[in-house]
Write a protein that binds this ligand. Sequence first.
Ligand code: GLU
Length: 453
Amino acid sequence: MSEIQKIVTRFAPSPTGLLHAGNYRTALFSYLFARHVKGTFLLRIEDTDKARSKKEYEDNIMESLAWLGLPHDGFARQSDRIDIHKKRLEQLIASGHAYISKEIPKEPGDREEVIRFRNPNKKVKFHDMIRGFIEFDTTELGDFIIARSMEEPVFHLVVVVDDIDMGVTHIVRGEDHISNTPRQILIYEALGAPLPEYAHLPTVLAPDKTKLSKRKGALPITAYRDRGYLPEAMVNYLALIGWNPALNDREFFTMAELIEHFDLKDVQKSSAIFNEEKLAWFNRQYMAKLTDEEFLAQAKPFLAAGASLGTSAISSDLLVKLLPLIRERIHAFGEIPKLFSPEGELSFMISSIPSYAKEALMWRQEKDITATKAHLDFVINAITALDASAFTLETIKAAVWPYAEKVGKGNVLWPMRYSLSGKEKSPDPFIIASLIGKDETLHRLTIARNLIS
Ligand code: GLU
């Protein structure tokens, strides 16, 4: 081994479900640490639990890491390494550190023989880069099982064998593994291997402080990809879950900047929160940095989804036209189709106006609906007088605004806007009118006015 030891970390997920943000935060920290020290980052799929491990979950892990931009320098799958595990198991039996134990089956299907580790029953002390020294008395662990048979070593043994064999120097993983560490250290010692450094990361919790787990509510990371989140925003947000760099509350980091600044010593001990609202906020900030071209390119894959929401397909032309309005209203690209759905704020562009009661046209401070009718008449006349070839936000506003200022802005603009959008919430009436054009504007205003009769 060279004098300056090369640092090797790994991410070792079990493909027994779809991994959530908390799992990928672990992957990210392990990756950032490795890159920061110019070390090696390995990926190991821990699929020893044959009943629960599934190829589709492994595929999802690969896709998620690729999406986040966390490439690995080496890859292993535990089920491909069974010969190595077996050799080490034989070594432990030969050296007397493990033995074949006769068992009394308690339930049908229980083994009559397993392989147990001969526990030296001693105090084990290890250093954790985040928590300092941790000491355990292993006596209470008894002679724990390390294999169900020579072909079926269990988790503790394979983790240690693989970490030794793959040269892992730093184990960065969730703090739920602290209680496994003493057993694993005993195995390291029995195999005569040097101990790795440990860094047990604080658990990632939901905002209500309950556990984020694969089985309880937490979304797989690919669900955010599929909702149109940007991986850069996700990485930035994940990095701040439990990591507090002493950089004056700085919040924005590119991957390169994270690699530059990341240090395990700045990881907090207390649990950290994954907050979807904060993630959405980050995503919006990252979306705002995109040029129009970049924004459109990211949006395109999501447009077809409009069809399933009852909207006709949203054309790229429409998107370009409405870009500022869309940018103002979304936190992720996947929200675009909904904006154009019948309930959405931008539906006025592609669906017909839903029918409404005439009272809806009245501004809340208006006392008399005949006044609303008079205002609509004014607007219709003012717009009729405009030249269709110069029908812009500015010309429309200039034609209506002075009157609205005189008689009350809400009294005029509310019925105008409601007529054009059929909604309580929508862009302002001048924008809508300029977008739908003079004829359609007059058509909708006339329908509204005639409702009042
Ligand atoms: N395969 C374990 C898990 O998914 C991780 C083991 C480890 O990091 O040591 O929780």
